[in-house]
Ligand binder design. Structure first.
Ligand code: ADP
Ligand code: ASP
Ligand code: MG
Length: 423
């Protein structure tokens, strides 16, 4: 008997009908003779609504209490799903992340899974039951407090459980038919990828393609666990995220596998920074001390006669006010002139392993941006990725222009969005 881990996202269980539809799919897998473990997200936009509620009570909720609040979302859906499956004549038992043995570190809001001890899940499976696990949550090894794994973290719960239970595959059910060459909500002509490598998917996820949580891909790569991303609204084969593309697939592989975009970042420019050894180290140490993750950095050559330079970097918008406060504190010590904060930026990333062996990708990309009237403000690259920052208002058209420039448009429309609000 095979063991399968299935994860259903919020849009798949948005209401009672959605829960019943998903319950029927799970029952079908059980009927086909599989042992089934299900990870479920909170219904629809529940998590966003709970965050809004917390912000109405206090501007800065503490991490511990916010995590306690948010994990309630997944508790609701796991219990309802277990009931709906019960109604179909199968036994289902729901478990919180802590009951399922998802052990994490203690950083609230972005906890890392450090161990998985799924004793109660194995017990339920041995009893012939279907196990339903609340996604996105765990328990801190040190403090014993409830933690969450970061937005979109149910994907990571699923892969972590699949690895611990030595499942054959982890199926991620969502509101589109797989991983596409771009977000189907922005590019209706996006094409579904049959397969994508861990390496490429890591770059896409890190660059804002929210179809898979970044840590889930890291985890799958570490355990070499195949992920099958597919829709809970159709029966179509989805996208396989695997170590290497299957034999023969490379022949037809485009240079660019996918395009990701991200509207969640802001840019800080520190103007008139003295061009001295150690200044950049001081600036970024103070940002790191506050546990703020930065992304792109650009520093201009200093104008020879002034000895001053500008440093720009991008960071999550949610960290914007924290970072500017910290930088203002060290203004006197460093002696820079001013700070500019810009949250109207967008980031576009081209990802593809084919970039390694094909020169000219950058030239084609930048020409497409020029033709679309998009001004490039920042650039960064990795071996298989090129990212740019532009005006947020230009981002969607920039994505569509790049998609066409690399011949990624599909002839027939396959990018169906079945549900979700895109929030
Ligand atoms: P779930 O609630 O099922 O976890 P998410 O909203 O987290 O779903 O992720 C699915 C969404 O990811 C899709 O609706 C789509 O808008 C977005 N997305 C972004 N980039 C891509 C991509 N390259 N392929 C498919 N979906 C993408
Ligand atoms: N409910 C959580 C969120 O909205 C986790 C998830 O859906 O994966 O981020
Ligand atoms: Mg998700």
């Amino acid at each position: 008997m095979g063991l399968i881990v299935q994860k259903y996202g919020g849009s798949s269980v948005a209401d009672a009908d959605g829960i019943k539809r998903v319950a029927a799919r799970i029952a079908a897998a059980k009927r086909a003779g599989q042992q089934v473990v299900v990870v479920v997200s909170a219904m629809g936009d529940t998590t966003d609504n709970l965050i809004d509620l917390a912000n109405q009570v206090t501007p800065i909720p503490t991490g511990r209490e916010l995590d306690m609040l948010l994990t309630a979302g997944e508790r609701i859906s796991m219990a309802l799903l277990a009931m709906a499956i019960g109604n179909l004549g199968f036994e289902a038992r729901s478990f919180t992340g802590s009951q399922a043995g998802i052990i994490t570190d203690s950083s609230h809001g972005r906890a890392r899974v450090i161990d998985v001890t799924p004793g109660r899940i194995t017990e339920a499976l041995n009893d012939g039951a279907i196990a339903i696990v609340a996604g996105f949550q765990g328990i801190s090894q040190d403090t014993k407090d409830v933690t969450t794994l970061g937005r979109g973290g149910s994907d990571t719960t699923a892969v972590a459980l699949a690895a611990a239970l030595e499942a054959d595959v982890c199926e991620i059910y969502t509101d589109v038919d797989g991983v596409f060459s771009a977000d189907p909500r922005v590019v209706p002509t996006a094409r579904k990828l049959k397969s994508v490598t861990y390496e490429e998917m890591l770059e896409l996820a890190a660059s804002g393609a929210k179809v898979l949580h970044l840590r889930c891909v890291e985890y799958a790569r570490r355990f070499d666990l195949p992920i099958h991303v597919r829709s809970s609204f159709s029966n179509l084969e989805g996208t396989w995220v695997v170590k290497d593309r299957p034999e023969g697939a490379d022949m037809e592989q485009a240079i660019i596998s996918g395009i990701a975009h991200d509207k969640s970042e802001a840019k800080i420019t520190i103007v008139g920074v003295p061009d001295r050894t150690g200044v950049a180290a001081r600036i970024f140490q103070s940002i790191a001390d506050a546990d703020i993750n930065i992304d792109m950095i650009v520093q201009n050559v200093s104008a020879a006669d002034t000895g001053l330079t500008d440093i720009s970097f991008t960071l999550p918008k949610t960290e914007g006010s924290n970072a500017t406060t910290i930088l203002k504190k060290i203004q006197g010590e460093i002696g820079y002139l001013s700070i500019q904060y810009d949250d109207q930026i967008g980031k576009l990333s081209l990802v593809g392993a084919g970039m390694r062996s094909h020169p000219g990708v950058t030239a084609t990309f930048f020409a497409a941006m020029a033709d679309a009237g998009v001004n490039i403000e920042m650039i960064s690259t990795s071996e298989i990725r090129i990212s740019i920052v532009c005006r947020q208002a230009d981002l969607d058209s920039a994505v569509r222009a790049a998609h066409s420039a690399f011949d990624l448009d599909s002839d027939q429309i396959e990018a169906v969005v079945y549900g979700g609000t895109g929030r």
